[in-house]
Design a protein around this ligand. Structure first.
Ligand SMILES: Nc1nc2c(ncn2[C@@H]2O[C@H](COP(=O)(O)OP(=O)(O)OP(=O)(O)O)[C@@H](O)[C@H]2O)c(=O)[nH]1
Length: 688
């Protein structure tokens, strides 16, 4: 198969709040690009991109799905991501490897809480974006309000490249402000034909003003445009697009398009915009790789002839074997070839390579820099690992993985299930770094931890369907965090005798409380400063890192504190790695106990949408749950309530809200921060 030129590749994702219409947009994209022959609807459980049975039943996206399509001379590698915050790792890993994104907003709900969080995630990875305001056909659609919210809530600079004609049921099409044409979409054949007309007189003035603003934005990236504009000289569409492309790739402007995916309006111009404004792999800055065990930093250009460097951004269990998704940054991967896994320090074999079309695959012989492909045969790989050439070893920055906040105890139902449980859980962990498994030391129970109730519900459902393991589950529990409330210091000395030889270690520690949200900061001065060997240094660092993840008093992970090593006195012949490891671990535990430990509980940002008549009842229940109401906004006949609530009060809220609103209310919730747990919880752990 011929490889397309690098400039024509677009690695893009679709991101948004749950239900804004990502999957519906993706399905249209596949249809108009000829990848699928009919439109699969989310509400019929038929979306190609939502291929997991759980996704089709629930009508939500759970896993990010990769597929390929072609448009306007470009090859688009498209990733549809979930909106539900429980599956945020899917968004994180996709944004880590994407070059650009389409942010979908609902014209009715505007910028919702998760639109904000995915936008911030995209900011973190500096992913250029174009915006699509969807659902222009729905009652209450208001693109101006959405634009205002993009400016205000996201602090971004949206630039309208279209304006609509009509809204709600009378939404007819869009004006292309660059071509100065009015576009409609043939109703008879699912919007396949884009019809071009002169701009209707009633919106001509609005279009002229919007075009002027757009040209002013373009002029910020091309001085000559401004001069021509002021002189009234003609400016070609190509020049305007070129300037807007520059601004978009620099993440300084965000071109805005609109339509209704469900009614098949506005998707082809969005595809044109993906090709015109979003970057190719060559347009994004080179990736930075660190040489293992050294301070040398490599800059890798997107070049198929360069040294191989790829990131395994997703590992999927495929009939018990690993199917790994790679973003190739430099070099070429060949089927059957060997790769060096520099994160794990071992060779891996790329037995077979595939281009993915949702869950269908096309086998290929090689894949080049700039591409996103799947590979079978890697055995050791885990999400976030770097694969490279053994003669040019580098490690890329991995993923930021959020900490789990909900725990669930599971017990196998039968003897058969007992044998299958742990291997199945291990495979599910390959896929999902936010899903963890451990054994409760006191009860011996298997505890699953994850991002939310739904996340763990999907995991237990998959255990049964995919691995044939039946489990009984307990009630979901909150995963608390342990922190300290005052500074403490300690000189921990450890001694033991093993086979007649004394092993020892001494570590001096100082613990200081940090601000909420700061996490754990472990500070071990360089080996030379402490006057110890590199081996002792890494034993201490490792012991403190492990110790902080299991907590000191309650077994919950530590957070919001600094752990500083102030001295490591050594005695020749006595100080050993085992000795300092033990001294550091015990020292951390003892010092934390002296530092007035307490527990923090996860607080969630809650957004409830309810018909006005039930708002009072819903508000009352939020307050009963120790919720702090932060705002109530009326949107027509519905009320949007925003509140901060402790997660521990929110289990089973879906059922409660449905019954309070006769099934008409809905809510979304996302992690906000950890904060002081109430006295009742502290007492439960002997801290009150
Ligand atoms: N009226 C109207 N409804 C739409 C439009 N686009 C999508 N929908 C509906 O909105 C609902 C959510 O659409 P999805 O495409 O599943 O949204 P999503 O963002 O992928 O949702 P998650 O995958 O769960 O995050 C579905 O019932 C769609 O049929 C639109 O343009 N107009």
């Amino acid at each position: 198969m011929q490889h397309p030129p690098l400039d024509s590749i677009r690695n893009i994702g679709i991101i948004s709040h749950i239900d804004a219409g990502k999957t519906t947009v993706s399905e249209r994209i596949l249809f108009y690009t000829g990848e699928s022959h009919r439109i699969g609807e989310v509400h019929d459980g038929e979306a190609v991109m939502d291929w997991m049975p759980q996704e089709q039943e629930r009508g939500i996206t759970i896993t990010s799905t990769a597929t390929v399509c072609r448009w306007g001379g470009c090859r688009i590698n498209l990733i549809d991501t979930p909106g539900h915050i429980d599956f945020t790792i899917e968004v994180e890993r996709s944004l880590r490897v994407l070059d650009g994104a389409v942010a979908v907003f609902s014209a009715v709900e505007g910028v919702q809480p998760q639109s904000e969080s995915v936008w911030r995630q995209a900011d973190r990875y500096r992913v250029p974006r174009i915006c699509f305001i969807n659902k222009m056909d729905r009652v209450g659609a208001d693109y101006r309000e959405t634009i205002r919210q993009i400016e205000e809530k996201l602090g971004a600079r949206p630039v309208l490249l279209q304006i609509p004609s009509g809204a709600e049921a009378s939404f007819a099409g869009v004006v292309d402000l660059i071509a100065e044409e009015f576009l409609t979409f043939s109703e008879a054949d699912q919007g396949r034909i884009v019809e071009r007309h002169p701009i209707p007189a009633e919106i001509a003035e609005e279009a002229r003003a919007a075009r002027e603003t757009m040209i002013e934005a373009a002029a910020d990236f091309d001085d000559a445009i401004l001069a021509d504009f002021l002189e009234g000289a003609p400016i070609t569409p190509e020049r305007i697009r070129g300037a807007l492309r520059k601004g978009t790739i620099a993440c300084r402007i965000f071109p805005v398009f609109m339509g209704t995916a469900l009614r098949n309006k506005g998707i082809q111009p969005l595809l044109d915009a993906v090709a015109a404004y979003l970057p190719s792999p060559r347009d994004v800055p080179p990736v930075i790789g660190q040489r293992p065990e050294s301070d040398i930093v490599d800059t890798l250009l997107c070049d198929p002839a360069g040294p191989l460097c790829a990131l395994a951004y997703k590992v999927q269990s495929d009939e018990g074997r690993k199917l790994s998704y790679l973003r190739i940054y430099s070099g070429t991967v060949k089927a059957g070839g060997a790769l060096w896994n520099s994160t794990r320090g071992c060779f891996e074999k790329a037995a077979r390579l595939f281009r993915m079309h949702a869950h269908k695959r096309e086998q290929i012989d090689e894949a080049l820099a700039g591409d996103i492909v799947a590979v079978a045969g890697l055995k050791e790989v885990l999400t976030g690992d770097t694969l490279c050439n053994p003669t040019h070893k580098v490690i890329l920055e991995g993923l930021t993985v959020p900490e789990p906040v909900v725990a669930l105890a599971v017990e196998p139902k039968g003897v058969d299930d007992r044998d299958k449980l742990l291997p199945a859980l291990e495979k599910l962990q390959w896929e999902d770094p936010t899903f963890r498994v451990h054994e409760d030391e006191e009860t011996g129970q298997t505890i699953l931890t994850g991002m939310g109730e739904l996340h763990l519900e999907v995991v237990t459902d998959r255990l049964e369907r995919e691995f044939g393991v039946q489990v009984k589950t307990g009630r979901p529990q909150v995963v608390y965090r342990e922190t300290i409330t005052r500074p403490a210091e300690r000189q921990e000395v450890f001694r033991t005798e093993f086979e007649g030889k004394v092993q020892g270690g001494e570590v001096h520690l100082r613990l200081t409380p940090l601000h909420r949200g700061d996490g754990v900061r472990i500070v071990v001065p360089p080996a030379e400063v402490l006057g110890i060997t590199r081996e002792l240094h890494s034993a201490i660092t490792d012991s403190l890192t492990r110790g902080s993840s299991t907590g000191c008093v309650t077994g919950y992970p530590l957070t919001d504190l600094e752990v500083r090593v102030t001295a490591v006195p050594t005695e020749p012949g006595i100080t050993t790695e085992t000795g300092v490891r033990a001294a550091a671990g015990r020292g951390l535990m003892h010092t934390a106990r002296d530092a007035a430990p307490t527990l923090l509980e996860p607080l969630m940002n809650l957004e409830i949408i309810t018909p006005g008549e039930y708002a009072g009842k819903v508000l009352g229940s939020v307050q009963q749950k120790r919720g702090r109401v932060e705002g109530i906004v009326s949107q027509g006949s519905t009320e949007v309530i925003r509140a901060l609530v402790p997660l521990s009060e929110m289990f089973g809220y879906m059922t409660e809200l449905r019954s309070a609103t006769k099934g008409r209310g809905s809510f979304t919730m996302e992690f906000s921060r950890f904060d002081q747990a109430p006295v009742a919880v502290l007492q439960q752990f002997g801290l009150g």
